[in-house]
Ligand binder design. Structure first.
Ligand code: GAR
Length: 224
């Protein structure tokens, strides 16, 4: 079922670190490119740069420390309670480095996005840049997908690609990929906020058209 055109939809962003993707989305909102508001930023780690970014932009921010919870179910229940206090239309995982329980993921079916630093379905999990170099890949990239219980396995919405140069290291490649992420994630957020991007029973759709398996290649697309 298509959701209605959302009236300035609200977003909760989950982070664990530097929050550069959070920043790219804040910038997109403040520039008027994304018709949405971020109502809360939640980190599972204290003292991270992403919390400073939220504070600087006047966004409510919280630390929900996973080490203070007995197990994954207990943590995810607390996280769900905190998120739902804000009644968001969209949940954005922006470098949130936690495996989520199935019930948590199902609770936000069709309204939770993740960005992953690889051309999924290649290189799910960690150390994606190192693994892409070791595998002698000639290209690498980033993917935005709807979150489902399978880790990094949800339906892919869109990707941006970069060429791997002979002298690329894990660090140089990470820098290149992050630059692409900072275009791709705001773009996908904007599409969702405008009600143009949906997860249907037959997969993700953009403007009512089913997105091809593997996602849209938005490598050369800066606006949609
Ligand atoms: C991003 O590169 C994102 O793709 C990655 O964490 C980084 C967070 O950076 N996410 C994952 O690896 C999730 N599997 P940021 O905190 O600067 O946005």
């Amino acid at each position: 079922m298509p959701h209605k055109q959302l009236d300035s939809p609200s977003i909760v962003v989950l982070i664990s670190g530097s929050g550069s993707n959070l920043q790219a989305i804040i910038d997109g909102i403040e520039a008027g490119n994304i018709a949405a508001k971020i109502t809360a930023v939640i980190s599972n780690k204290q003292g991270v740069q992403g919390l400073v970014r939220a504070e600087k932009h006047g966004i409510a921010n919280y630390v929900l420390d996973h080490t203070k919870h007995t197990d994954r179910e207990d943590y995810d229940q607390a996280l769900k309670n905190l998120i739902d206090q804000h009644n968001p239309d969209l949940i954005i995982l922006a470098g949130f480095m936690r495996i989520l329980t199935d019930s948590f993921v199902q609770h936000y079916h069709g309204k939770m996005l993740n960005i992953h630093p690889s051309l999924l379905p290649k290189f799910k999990g960690l150390h994606t840049h190192r693994r892409a170099i070791e595998a002698k890949e000639t290209e690498h990239g980033c993917s935005v997908h709807f979150v489902t219980p399978e880790l990094d396995g949800g339906p892919i919405i869109a990707q941006r690609k970069v060429a791997i140069a002979k002298d690329d290291t894990e660090t140089t490649l990470a820098t290149k990929i992050q630059k692409e992420e900072h275009v791709l994630y705001p773009l996908c957020t904007k599409l969702f906020a405008e009600g143009r991007l949906l997860l249907t029973n037959s997969g993700p759709t953009l403007d009512g058209i089913t997105i091809i398996e593997g996602g849209l290649d938005l490598t050369d697309t800066n606006e949609l």
